[in-house]
Design a protein around this ligand. Sequence first.
Ligand code: OSB
Ligand code: MG
Length: 369
Amino acid sequence: MKIEYIELRHIRMQLRAPFETSFGVELDRDCIILQLRGEGLVGWGECVAGITPGYSYETTMTAWHVLSDFFIPRILGFEISEVEDLRHRLSVYKGHPLARAGLEMALWDVFAQVNRKPLSMVLGGVQPRVPVGVSVGIQKDPETLVDVVGEYIKQGYDRVKIKIKPGRDVGDVHAVRTAFPDLKLQVDANSAYTIEDTALMEALDEYGLLLIEQPLAEDDLIDHGRLQARLKTPICLDESILSMRHARQALEIEACRVINIKPGRVGGLSEAKAIHNLCFESKIPVWCGGMLETGIGRASNLAIASLPGFTLPGDISASERYYAEDIAEPPFMLNPDSTIDVPKAPGLGVNVIIERLERVSLRHEIFKA
Ligand code: OSB
Ligand code: MG
């Protein structure tokens, strides 16, 4: 298939509620939506790099630069017959996994449509619906947090993740655990601690948490291994795992017992699948993380989360939890058993509403072969 046309759009979507993590507060969500055309078909991708380098060193602007100046020229006008061709052509460049993954998603969408199959089936998915939870940002105080968590439980979420940071950790966990003794509860520190905080992690270890996500720095597998040896609670790595090799090495030194797979962070769905396969063989449970995606990225997350090793609930919540109006239809709804259905239509299986997309666009650029 010859890649004839690629369009980039920097969009900004207003979040229904501010989302606070250890690296900052987001009031709205920026990302890049990619449209790729070839063989008369249109594929969509979402690059999840945000406006600040808080989660990753990549930002919406660096992703725009790397996509338009380096990645797109490597494939525009070229014959790409499978996703591996794209990966190979981009392999001359280092890093920038979020940018890479956005482009790869659009290509997966087109190829799945060529085969008239839903993306989940093309990836090897087996689950028609996937277990999901909700990721709750840091709130004004622990009382408010308990109210917010209670509201999500009422909506039907049976697993809740709360964000923690120094000063807002054991107290918040204590409050939520006391209010909801049987809740499947987990925490995410987004790398806000160091090995010096081991005593604090040991305190969290007493709350029956499902897992503790990314407590230490992203480039610190060794100390994660030391910390894991001291805890009953599984450590789950997010930011530390950028590739299949990182996953293998993390498991080898027992730096974690669970992995959060985000296709963006690892450079695309292919690498995400490879990490899943490794973990599946090693009996390491995985789950699909989220980056506050629009309906496009959410459809892709549901597709990968349908693979058999995704046994823990993902950070894939209903569309209405994030945005008043999404750019794709139909919206994803929560089932009463805390699951979301995997799209069944060919490709990503969602319809992008162009008029809504244009309304949230800050900038767009078209590249033609
Ligand atoms: O660390 O998992 C994270 C959102 C943005 C950046 C990083 C993270 C998150 C989330 C939100 O936790 C998950 C979601 O999309 O619901
Ligand atoms: Mg995380």
